[in-house]
Write a protein that binds this ligand. Structure first.
Ligand code: MSP
Length: 519
């Protein structure tokens, strides 16, 4: 694998980031960190989507200019991602100058080659979706089914994109590439939507939408937000219609666009059509994740149940975001909806990260100090009965990641932790020590520590801070690539002093956790 390029959806900046936005960025960051353990060149793109009627209206309601609103909220997204240890390579804002210019040229090219034409149109526009809706998709009361708002009747002369010209090619591509849309069950929905597609409006009258990129040579029209937004995936790596940058040549086609299920149509129908019109290769995968509810209820401003990711970190006095990252990433099977609740969060991370994984390391290192003064002797190195399972887990985890089964991969890692705990129980090194079978006792402890190195490596994408703490206590090099892992990781010699043993994760409700957070 030479490079891995992955992207998130870019978020609308009409509000601050919530836990749903965070879910997607955490998933993508975990995928990025996993592939960085398999390849040296990972490019992770995220950003904010800043034009359109929704932003224009929100800014007006708050007595701000759209630019002021965008600057303020875009910054909040950046701060939230920092708090969550989201290590993106690049953050694009659709108000960035280079992006706006590139979008204008993309539009011009499509117009000049006849893929875009002018047409008078009347339709129902939902500003929540930023798109025209088909009357047959509305609720009985004539509302947008997603936003439960009445769409606006818009009668304008707009530019249209010849989506219908690409219909057959897109159907063919989806059918010939079963891993183009993941999880696979979503592909049928898309094929169904494709049956009914029509050409789409790709501009709005400036009289109605001022906050958008101007159509070159037609100052009465602004470019439709979805052309603007989708193009970020290529403009960010230096695409322009004249000549492609080195980065563009290196990274395109993208390996995966990570998006929510609600915007799959835009990514698997509109975007491939635009790319075909630009004569560019299509994305390798589009992975649509499910939605996060709060206490089993859809998040909404009117219900007042919108949860910000940073408030969770603050409420639980967390030193780092690992537990939250782990919980969010394992909250739903691939592509299905998940839920966040404070109680479940606490219970799950205490059980998995503190009781199972953290304690295992802590107990084992403590025994090594108690019985052997922290030293691993040469005779402790023996055939490791857990080795095969642990290396098998590495392969299974890789396969899950190749299918974007992030929660399933986490489950595998915890199964390895459980199997290692069982091995300790079954072999009772404390009894071996009592019986003065010291070599056997040392072998059991060393076998466990060897496997803990593999666990540290596998958990790293989810819990980077915990993994670093584990690796430090194991003197293990966390930059080891997954394919270079072996069952023999612990070096013979002094491993650790008593005072260097630290719990890697304190139970969320423990007094210790409380004290350490207050420090
Ligand atoms: N701006 C567009 C995307 C353009 S991509 C070229 C948009 N923005 S959004 O802010 O509404 O959503 C951004 C991402 O967050 C989407 O992938 C969306 O599915 C995701 N989520 C928004 N709310 C969510 C949940 N409650 N749960 C999980 N993800 C959700 O759409």
């Amino acid at each position: 694998m030479e490079k891995y390029y992955l992207t998130t959806a870019i978020d609308y900046v009409n509000g601050a980031p919530h836990i749903g936005h965070a879910y997607e960025k955490i998933l993508t960051d975990i995928i990025a960190k996993h592939y960085s353990q398999r390849c040296d060149d990972v490019f992770f793109l995220t950003g904010t989507d800043e034009h359109g009627i929704k932003i224009q209206k929100t800014a007006a309601a708050q007595g701000k200019t759209p630019k002021e609103l965008c600057d303020e909220n875009s910054q909040k997204f950046k701060e939230a991602w920092k708090a969550l240890d989201i290590d993106y390579t690049k953050f694009i804002r659709t108000t960035d100058d280079y992006h706006e210019k590139a979008v204008q040229h993309i539009f011009k090219k499509l117009y000049e080659q006849g893929d875009i034409y002018k047409h008078s149109y009347e339709g129902l526009y939902c500003s929540g979706c930023e798109c025209f809706l088909n009357p047959k998709d509305l609720t009985e009361d004539g509302l947008c089914p997603d936003h439960l708002k009445k769409p606006e009747v818009v009668s304008e002369e707009n530019y249209f994109f010849k989506l219908t010209k690409y219909k057959d090619a897109i159907i063919k591509h989806i059918k010939e590439h079963p891993d183009f849309i993941l999880p696979e069950f979503r592909a049928n929905e898309v094929l169904h939507q494709l049956e009914e597609i029509q050409d789409i409006s790709v501009s709005r009258a400036k009289s109605n939408v001022q906050w958008g990129i101007d159509v070159l040579g037609d100052e009465d029209q602004s470019i439709y937000v979805w052309i603007d937004a989708l193009s970020n995936y290529i403009t960010a790596i230096g695409y322009n219609t004249e000549n492609a940058s080195d980065d563009f040549k290196k990274y395109w086609p993208v390996d995966v666009h990570v998006i929510g299920k609600d915007i799959l149509k835009f990514h698997s129908i509109y975007w491939p059509a635009f790319l075909m019109a630009l004569d560019l290769p299509l994305p390798k995968h589009i992975f649509a994740h499910g939605w996060i509810t709060i206490d089993e209820t859809k998040m909404s401003k009117s219900l007042g149940n919108v949860v910000s990711p940073t408030s969770v970190l603050e409420n639980f006095n967390m030193e780092h975001p690992d537990a939250f990252r782990y919980y969010m990433a394992s909250s739903a099977p691939c592509g299905r909806d998940g839920n966040y609740s404070d109680e479940d969060f606490k219970e799950k991370v205490n059980a998995h990260l503190a009781n199972s994984m953290g304690n295992l390391l802590n107990r084992t290192l403590s025994m090594l100090v108690k019985y052997f003064d922290g030293e691993v002797k040469a005779e402790f190195k023996a055939e490791n009965p857990l080795g095969k399972k642990a290396l098998g887990t590495v392969q299974i985890v890789k396969n899950h990641f190749d299918n974007f089964e992030i929660a399933e991969a986490a489950q595998e890692i915890i199964s390895l932790v459980d199997a290692t705990n069982k091995y300790v129980q079954d072999n009772a090194p404390w009894t071996l020590a009592k019986e003065e079978k010291m070599v056997e006792c040392g072998q059991v402890l060393t076998n466990v520590l060897d496997i803990m190195c593999i666990i540290a490596s596998l958990i790293y994408p989810y819990c980077p801070n915990i993994a670093k703490d584990m690796a430090r206590q194991l003197s293990f090099d966390l930059s080891t690539k997954l394919d270079d892992l072996t069952a023999d990781n612990i070096k013979v010699g002094k491993l650790i002093e008593k005072e260097d043993i630290k719990p890697v994760f304190l139970r969320l409700d423990s007094e210790l956790a409380d004290k350490s957070a207050k420090k």
